[in-house]
Design a protein. Sequence first.
Length: 117
Amino acid sequence: QVQLVESGGALVQAGGSLRLSCVASGNIANYVMGWYRQAPGKQRELVADSSRGGTVNYADSVKGRFTFSRDNAKNTVYLQMNSLKLEDTAVYYCNARVRLGNLYQYWGQGTQVTVSS
């Protein structure tokens, strides 16, 4: 089992930047790692994820503004968020998943990002 702990959420003005971090309790090298977010009254949605090979997939709404990165040696993934918009306000969750016959999926507790005008 993998435990995920996010940090870095904060209140920031529109146009500002934040970097989120997610530290895993175990080796993430074989996991697909991702960031999701959930705004009030909305479903949780994918922000970005990275396969084991390093290919990163971004939601259209964050392309060109957010950058996903992973440091397998530190069991940590990051989400650099630039040019933040009001609609980026949400709880951001770290996700780890791997298929070993069955799909194993883990979530962090979430970190709040609030973008103000």
